[in-house]
Ligand binder design. Sequence first.
Ligand SMILES: [Zn+2]
Length: 433
Amino acid sequence: MKFWNEKFETMSEDEMRKHQLECLKKTLKWVYERVPFYKNKFDDTGFKPEDLKKLEDLGKLPFMVKTDLRDNYPFGLCAVPLSQVVRIHASSGTTGKPITGPYTQNDLDQWTECMARNLYAAGVRSNDICQNSYGMGLFTGGLGFHQGATRIGCAVIPISSGQTERQIVIMQDFGTTVLFSTPTYALTIAERAEEMGVKLRDLPLRVGVFGAEPWTIEMRKEIEARMGIKAMEAYGLTECGGPGTAFDCVEQSGLHLNEDHFIAEIIDPVTGDVLPYGTKGELVFTAIQREAFPVIRYRTRDITTLRREKCSCGRTLLKMDKIYGRSDDMLIIGGVNVFPSQVESILLDVKEVEPQYVLIVRKKGYLDQLHCDVEAKPETYEAGPQKISEIEKMIENKIRGMIGIGIKIRLVPPKSITRSEGKAKRVIDERKL
Ligand SMILES: [Zn+2]
């Protein structure tokens, strides 16, 4: 079969909108009657669930933001009694309380369905051997992938992240065909394999499904080349139940959104105005099939573009561009907005350096300055200080030319940047220290 769920993945726009409206009506009534937070918010705007006549009426409702989730920690937004909850995930916040994600059995089933579509579109089939190198535990990545691959009928190896050498040995011994991990951990595995003299290209490994971090197209190509695989993406967030919200198809030109489960909007992050398809802005999600924790107009902070277009894979599901960056990660240097992904794209094109870097924001007087430590390849480093300085200048000029900002590049010795086993830390903001 060509699709995991042909009915929903190839549904006409009209039918999809009808389905969404029906689910949205139910969800609004559901949360209004069960969660005081929503009742108060809707009442403040003078909105009753029965006022929703068409999908566009959703725009009359206020947004939800991350602090709403933190303020109601741990179960203030849960729409069912805890006796009906069968799983609780949480995301590790860097500041403050984590975000909790409770699930009913139905929620787990629909999440598994979304993940199965995601993996099936990536080319994963029941005869595959899937090595799941996402961290298992509270983080939604590990179990989300586990469930999706199990539903397809794959043999899943729940190895979790870390112990990289063992990952490579298992990969060889078990004949792993599919890898699940963060993109930066895939790179760590590729590098370790090269050091061990293991040629990943000669192994049965053929597909990787990566997510939980924003990564550039250049990074995808790098992973594909080093591992000899097709690198596909899974997009999601704890607030929407984990990975599987949107996924790559064989075309790799944007992610298909599981629209029968989530309504997506793009807004101007400053004014909050809804923007038309094709415009870059902040992604907002409404979950329309969840029972325990259906967010309404949740601002993700992720910057992307939505597109309604024909895809050669045959799916009709709305497409979204690869996440450009998180508005939280956006740096303002000399008045110019910069995303780490823009710097990453340029670094990955420089053959003298490794795709390992850290951006450091410092304050000098009143001005913010951006520094970047990037790892030299051994042969670059061995060529001596003059060569190193040349490369540094060359990268600085490239970045000035392409992004329009001054950045101080420093080439650091091979292997001096800590390797990622999960989500990589790419930006250090010394202004906040
Ligand atoms: Zn497609």
